[in-house]
Design a protein around this ligand. Structure first.
Ligand SMILES: [Fe+2]
Ligand SMILES: [Fe+2]
Length: 156
């Protein structure tokens, strides 16, 4: 995506995410694989950067205290999904269940508000059909996640 962040934007981005990135439960995501050799933490940072860039390109109208925590916590499910036994029940598969697990962890560990929880719960839409992203921050993270997952899968 052709949008270079200014020095001021990098500072703003880092300031919002600093309390999360220094937290041991966030660092735990370094151990788990997202796509290819990319860890869940790298993927989540990539999603946060992409969502921030999309927001900047579309007029900077997002609440960054929702957008960026939502992005960094969207896959905060805290396990390696490759180690999970395959379920024959489609609605118990990782793709369906991990948004609510990530949301529960984010609420328990960081006490994130309802709007941020919605960003996390809705990021897999349209797979999770009933969890439709209904506000700007949720739409941007949902879109950023797909762009990053595609790029990470192609590049591996
Ligand atoms: Fe996800
Ligand atoms: Fe993701």
């Amino acid at each position: 995506m052709k949008y270079s962040l200014s020095e001021q934007e990098i500072i703003e981005f880092n300031n919002v995410l600093e309390p999360y990135l220094s937290h041991p439960r966030i660092r735990e995501m370094e151990q788990y694989c997202a796509h290819g050799r990319i860890s869940v933490l790298e993927h989540s940072l990539d999603v946060a950067r992409t969502a921030y860039r999309l927001d900047a390109m579309l007029g900077k109208k997002s609440d960054l205290q929702v957008l960026l925590p939502g992005a960094i916590l969207h896959d905060f499910y805290l396990y390696d999904w490759h180690d999970r036994p395959l379920s024959i029940h489609i609605f118990r598969m990782h793709g369906y269940t991990h948004p609510s697990e990530a949301c529960r962890n984010a609420a328990e560990i960081f006490g994130v508000d309802e709007k941020t929880q919605e960003v996390i719960r809705c990021h897999m839409w349209p797979l999770t059909l009933r969890s439709l992203p209904r506000h700007r921050e949720a739409v941007l993270v949902c879109l950023a996640d797909k762009l990053c997952a595609l790029r990470e899968t192609i590049q591996r």
